[in-house]
Design a protein around this ligand. Sequence first.
Ligand SMILES: Nc1ncnc2c1ncn2[C@@H]1O[C@H](COP(=O)(O)OP(=O)(O)OP(=O)(O)O)[C@@H](O)[C@H]1O
Length: 582
Amino acid sequence: MTNIRSTLATVWRIAAPYFKSEDKRMGWTLLTAVVVIELAVVGLSVLFNRWNNVFYNALQERNFDVFVYQLSYFCVLAAIWIALKVYQLYLNQWLQIRWRRWMTERYLGDWLHDANHYKMQLLGDAADNPDQRIAEDTQLFVERTLALGVGLLNAVVTLASFVVILWGLSDEAPLHVFGRDIPIPGYLVWGALIYAILGTALTHWIGSPLADLNFRQQRFEADFRFNLVRARENAEQIALLRGEPAERGKLASRFGLVAENFMRIMSRTKKLTAFTASYSQASIIFPYILVAPAYFAGKVQLGGLMQTASAFSSVQDSLSFFITAYRTLAEWQSVVARLDGFEVAIHNANTLRSNPGVARKTTTGNAIDLDDLKLSLPAGQPLIAADDFSISGKERTLIAGPSGSGKSTLFRAIAGIWPFGSGSIAIPADATLMMLPQRPYFPVGELQAAIVYPSEADAFSPAQVSEVLKEVGLPALADRLAEHGHWNRTLSLGEQQRLGIARALLHAPQYLFLDEATASLDEPSEAALYRLLDRKLPDTTIVSIGHRSTLDAFHQRDAVLTRAGEIFTLQDKVQSAAPAGG
Ligand SMILES: Nc1ncnc2c1ncn2[C@@H]1O[C@H](COP(=O)(O)OP(=O)(O)OP(=O)(O)O)[C@@H](O)[C@H]1O
């Protein structure tokens, strides 16, 4: 019960924002239309039920005129019913796509807000596979919530209408056992109620493990898909290393989890289906068994019998809502749990952003100041310390340090995406910063758009981009700006690094951070690119991470991360010490 209540509270939390959003007018209009149509459909089913009585009596009495009239009446009812059903589905789907679009845009906005997507990864596994949450779960959530909500409404209204009818019919056709009337008011209602309660309890007992199993299934499926995508993305490495058997083994074991869990779902579903199928078959004949004695005793006509059976099955259907919707409910519950996890992870990332360990300030000066800065790993182990360290002016700084000492993490903290630690980083107001990693990212698409990313493709003219391409030593690419491609896959790492420098030249940031951004080039090419940066970006402050001594020539300042106990400290390198003993 608590489980159901907390699921409903979560559903409300996830669903309500749409109906308070800027699209609320349309949302409410469509929802009202869907509800009104559903009520009209129930109203029609009451008319159909009454029709049963008159129609079957006409058959029994061989009354041709009434028979023909009732057939025409049926056609009118059926035509209205068809029109309602068509528009109910149409409007329902219309609401689904509007609601889903709104949720998707909101999730995309939250997920891609200020490095949340990266911080969610850093924070751990609370929301695994965000792609699945955004693409699949929003669709399932909207569809299932509407289906179950409308289904429940139908069940409640149908129940209310038909309980009244069935109560009246119980008086008309009283329980007749062994030649005697047994006056139990509304016995048909009680019969349906007991039958449905028993059925619901048994269904829940048999089917309850399905919610968990479905949750796990979705997760295993997404993990399997993710690993397939990773294998595709790293095809070259895998082929070079002859890693295919290892990949196959890994993928097979991931799929093993999918299959194993699916087997459990199958076995549980088999039991559940055996029960629900028997239950629904039994409910076809159950009302006839209840009313047959009265019928054969001549207390009720064929029309009354048929109307009772139809009313009983309506009450029965609505009381059995839970049984028929059980699988959908179980799946829906796991979708709700996944979306909830996603929202919690976004919330945690937002909290981390508003209360970061490392404070980010803006200054009026023109230097980036690291003050009493201590960076740590997500789990809390201290990594590096930097106190009173300024990066300013047109100075070029080279940062060195052992592998794993935290050089890239320092850049991440300056970029504002690494919140773990303490102290502060002050950045000049309105300063533009650009980080160039060793392996730059190029979105799949036209080359021009890939180079000028994250700006719009037309932020620079093709002539500007061609010019820069020639300068960075890639004149051949200048003719291919309109070509579509997966550039991270097709270009060599050295070419990608040249393109990274091209991107920096186009954007001309005030602060440029190069994290081994030219490490895949030979030394003369690297030197040429640094000379180019010097010439084209004279006002840019450049900070590089690099291991080659040839880089020294392009940097006036050397800083180094040195181990001090369990952490590394960032300090200026002591320039060529005085001669020993001097
Ligand atoms: N998301 C993370 N979770 C846990 N540990 C991390 C994470 N990112 C980095 N680290 C750890 O932090 C340490 C510093 O990593 P970083 O990439 O900053 O080193 P680096 O000095 O740039 O190394 P290299 O010179 O090899 O590129 C490493 O030990 C790394 O394993």
